[in-house]
Design a protein around this ligand. Structure first.
Ligand code: ADP
Ligand code: MG
Length: 232
């Protein structure tokens, strides 16, 4: 699945005020790339991720996912595209607190119209893949931060999307959990998934095969693995 952005701009409207968050992003990402997005706070990383993840639309520009324009789809089609093609992982996990880990992972399959049995089987399979099969019946508040993020990753994987996106997935985690989570992303990359993640940590960006620097709503650097990148 290829990603092609051309001339992407995003202007937020707050009352009569306009905030230009993205000022013309051109970006091509091939299937199987591992891209790390870096850049100062407020530079537009989350805005870009939300557009890439089909959680939001640009104001101007083109976003082609596997050659198909998705930038201006209606709500239902945008949600369908997201559910089928993209797994999204948030900094704050975004799990539902009153249902089990298993039911959280199975949720995208409810929207995809799968049977109860298939939902349970697939959810269990992906919980096992992130090492949490023994926690299937626990609610999020009975799990550590790192475990919650692993549940969120299992949920992102449950529809077998070819692209996984994550906005500061280790931003709220300790070093040990961060290492565990990054090992999962590296494994997924080795399995052929496209990974796009936002991070402030140079050590995390070093896991990626490509490093992108966002500044004032534009990409100011596009570097390969191991090239030194000054963020500030
Ligand atoms: P980053 O993730 O790099 O910190 P963001 O994409 O969150 O940057 O924000 C980019 C700019 O857009 C900032 O000036 C921010 O205040 C503004 N912004 C982000 N989201 C919204 C929103 N929902 N409404 C209005 N302005 C927003
Ligand atoms: Mg952000």
């Amino acid at each position: 699945m290829t990603i092609d952005l051309e001339g992407i701009k995003k202007i937020y409207q707050i009352g009569t005020q306009e905030v230009a968050a993205l000022n013309g992003i051109d970006l091509h990402i091939k299937q199987g790339e591992f891209a790390a997005l870096m850049g100062p706070s407020g530079s537009g990383k989350s805005t870009l991720m939300n557009i890439l993840g089909c959680l939001d639309r640009p104001t101007v520009g083109s976003y082609k996912l596997d050659g198909k324009e998705v930038a201006y789809l209606g709500d239902d089609d945008l949600a369908k595209t997201r559910n089928k093609k993209i797994g999204f992982v948030f900094q704050n996990f975004n799990l539902l607190s009153r249902i089990s880990a298993l039911d959280n992972v199975a949720l995208p399959l409810v929207y995809a119209g799968k049977s109860r049995r298939e939902r349970a089987e697939r959810a269990y399979h992906f919980l096992k893949a992130v090492g949490l099969d023994t926690r299937a019946n626990h609610q999020p508040n009975e799990l550590s931060g790192g475990q919650r993020q692993r549940v969120a990753i299992a949920r992102a994987l449950v529809n077998d999307p070819s692209i996984i996106m994550a906005d500061e997935p280790t931003g709220n985690l300790d070093t040990k959990s961060t290492t565990e989570i990054m090992k999962i992303f590296i494994d997924l990359h080795e399995q052929g998934k496209t990974i796009i993640l936002v991070t402030h940590e140079p050590e995390i960006a070093a896991c990626a095969s490509r490093q992108l620097l966002v500044r004032d709503g534009v990409i100011t650097r596009d570097a390969g693995r191991g090239e030194k990148m000054d963020v500030v």
